[in-house]
Design a protein around this ligand. Structure first.
Ligand SMILES: NC(=O)c1ccc[n+]([C@@H]2O[C@H](COP(=O)([O-])OP(=O)(O)OC[C@H]3O[C@@H](n4cnc5c(N)ncnc54)[C@H](O)[C@@H]3O)[C@@H](O)[C@H]2O)c1
Ligand SMILES: [Zn+2]
Ligand SMILES: [Zn+2]
Length: 361
């Protein structure tokens, strides 16, 4: 039977979010209902509310979540009721040209639950990133559930579902950071700090954090930065070169999503180095670079979608490293809040002293 539970929705562009009753159907074929235990508050949720993603209001917000599978639909074999899972927004299809070539992390046809969750009057909800986890329970495609060790706290584990995975993956998957590399990370919010943590995990010997806010730089140090540069006070390209014997970093990760920081990343890397763009630009942004520099500096200019992660490969591995004390996911949880505190958490995001507020249920 369909269940009535609490959920946080955005009804219209720019309006404050609302805690209301939503209807969660029983899982159909290939679907699962998950009892949510924690869900991080991400900028993307705010973008949905501001109408910056699309106009499919009302949205059921929340997408960085961990919980326990309550029930599964017909044909579901990958998870079972009682499994502790992290939700992901890229359930791979197994059929598209990327999947068939053995590169499911790039799947071009990911999917979500087919049935819709609704309001009590039957209005269909659009779940943020196909998840919608600021709710007691949510309906997802079974492939969006990745089973991990239940010893990990839900508040920390859920963060792997989005921004923290994007940052760690930008370093270890897209940037392919290896032992002994020098790495610079431009922009040290939740994503950039996760890239710092990922670079440390991968064995980087020098990790240079760049931001315009000293509080962010202090935090970056606590998750693994060996050097910090405030780019309001010093030219970051010069500073990164100085810190790398005059050459530039092997891998530079841009976690802001702006043309000027992309340009800094481009020039702050060593010859044959790699630039990873993980920050998301807006449609009007352009970057102009001398083509001779693009050629002459060699290396690779890459973008990182969701850290090029494969949830089934990366989530259980990173949770194990967390439980061994080698990856401090707790450092990303600034505060835990209730389901009715999402609007306040959005306001605190602008204050710049929060990496993640996490709703705990
Ligand atoms: N690629 C993906 O899959 C993916 C996933 C999640 C988020 N993102 C993107 O990653 C980016 C960062 O996300 P976040 O949650 O960490 O955001 P955030 O706002 O918490 O962090 C941004 C940081 O950049 C700093 N900053 C701003 N302007 C700067 C400048 N000119 N130079 C240096 N630092 C500057 C800010 O002080 C802040 O610390 C966003 O663009 C977000 O959309 C990408
Ligand atoms: Zn596919
Ligand atoms: Zn997110």
């Amino acid at each position: 039977m369909a269940q009535h539970v609490r959920g946080v929705i955005a009804r219209a562009k720019g309006e404050p979010v609302e805690l209301t009753t939503i209807v969660v159907p029983d899982p159909g074929p290939g679907e699962a209902v998950v009892d949510i235990q924690a869900c991080g508050v991400c900028h993307t949720d705010l973008h949905y509310r501001e109408g910056g993603i699309n106009d499919d209001f009302p949205f059921l917000l929340g997408h960085e979540a961990a919980g326990v599978v309550e029930s599964v639909g017909e044909g579901v074999t990958e998870v079972a009721p009682g499994d502790y899972v992290i939700l992901n927004w890229r359930a791979v299809c197994g059929q598209c040209r990327a999947c068939r070539r053995g590169r499911p992390q790039y799947c071009f046809d990911t999917h979500n639950a087919k049935q819709k969750m609704t309001l009590l009057d039957g209005t269909e909800l659009t779940p943020a990133l196909g998840i919608g986890a600021f709710a007691d329970k949510t309906l997802v495609a079974a492939g969006q559930c990745t089973k991990v060790d239940p010893a990990a706290s839900p508040a920390a584990a859920g963060l792997l579902g989005c921004g923290v995975m994007a940052g760690i993956g930008a370093a270890i998957n897209t940037g392919n950071v290896g032992r002994g590399d020098s790495v610079a990370v431009i922009g040290c919010g939740g994503v950039g700090d996760a890239a710092v943590a990922g670079a440390r995990l991968a064995g980087a010997r020098r990790i240079i954090a760049v931001d315009i806010d000293d509080r962010k730089l202090e935090k970056a140090r606590s998750v693994g930065a060996t050097h910090t540069v405030n780019s309001r006070e010093a030219d970051p390209v010069e500073a990164i070169r100085e810190l790398t014997d005059g050459f530039g970093a092997d891998v530079v990760i841009e976690a802001v999503g702006r043309p000027e920081t992309y340009r800094q990343a481009f020039y702050a890397r060593d010859l044959a180095g790699t630039v990873v763009l993980v920050g998301v630009p807006t449609p009007e942004m352009n970057v102009e670079l001398p083509l001779l520099d693009v050629f002459g500096r060699g290396g690779a200019l890459k973008s990182s979608w969701y850290g090029d992660c494969l949830p089934s490969r990366d989530f259980p591995m990173l949770i194990d490293l967390y439980l061994q004390g080698r990856l401090d996911l707790d450092a990303f949880v600034t505060e835990t809040v209730g389901l009715d505190d999402v609007e306040e958490a959005f306001a605190r995001m602008h204050g710049n002293d929060v990496l993640r507020s996490v709703v705990v249920l």
